[in-house]
Design a protein around this ligand. Sequence first.
Ligand code: SF4
Length: 373
Amino acid sequence: MVVSKHKTFDILSDAVRYCTRCERMHSSQRILSRSVGSLSSPIMFIGEAPGRLGADLSGVPFYGDKSGDNFQALLEHAGIDRTSVFVSNAVLCNPRDEDGRNATPNRQELSNCSGFLSRQIELVDPKIVVTLGASALEALSLIERHEYTLSACVRTTCQWFGRTLIPLYHPGQRAMVHRSFANQRSDYQFVAERLRRLDKGRRKPSGLPSKAASDLAREIIELKPGVSYFALHKLLFLAEVESLKRSGERLSGALFLRQKDGPYCVDLEVTRLRKGIPDLEIINKAGRLHFRVKATSGILFSEATPSSQMPKGRTVVADIVQQYGELDDARLKTRTYLAEPMRRILREEQKSLVNLFNTPINLDVATIERAPT
Ligand code: SF4
């Protein structure tokens, strides 16, 4: 099956090599060869067009020029291995203006090449498509109509043609005016997090990260009735970090973002929380949300229960609630800022002099110092 995929790709590359549909591309290389990366990749990056000093010379998309260097740096920063992804362009030849400089492909050229793009997508069948720049986003609309715009949808997940679409800016220098390099680094971390979640989903098809998160949230609420929305997010974050330290394992697959007031768990957004805990009682005290559950799910712990007999996740949650459950907001926030995953982001912010609000927090065991066993 893999062989036939490669064969089909080679036939497509041959067709591209002899294509003469776009008049101003006659003297450009056709950039579609095995150098585009893995044909089995779950993710496809689509740029605008091969660059004059990059792909048009090297034969490899995003390689050899400043855009290529930036792209490589962004992938590396997010821990995405270039060899395991598929990288192509909306048009496969380098468009130039009258002075011989890189030009933006026009609508007709995007349309001329959209059949080739469509066949690449069909062949690789990626779960995630990342467009780099407005032209790439427009090119997708010629395959399957959508209304997404780059400015409104950057770094969000959109549904397109049965896949997840993530629109990003082009990594070239010109686009840096609209999206700083620091912001783009966060964009690629967002993509990497989506990839990781995809991978986890594959390995654990029965795992429901949001359910795991809401179960843990329920435990926190039962242990500390009346807990605030603010504290709930912070306590769950501290429990995740503590679990990584103790066992090298996450308690849930929940996604945490760095927000202005510290870690925020996307899976605990109020509507989702309500769905996950149907008997959740929400108390609004002066505009701040607090939670109780109407009926407890059973005796979680009793004084007679030896801690060695408690399930691992519950022990961690119980310890965290006992240790930090009574702290006021400011102290609790400080505790989260002292945890290594947050400290890493704060260091990054200091170094690049930007805030990284809404950046996914990397809760990877490799980045956490394990407690001695
Ligand atoms: S850009 Fe695409 S459609 Fe245009 S000449 Fe090159 S391969 Fe053909």
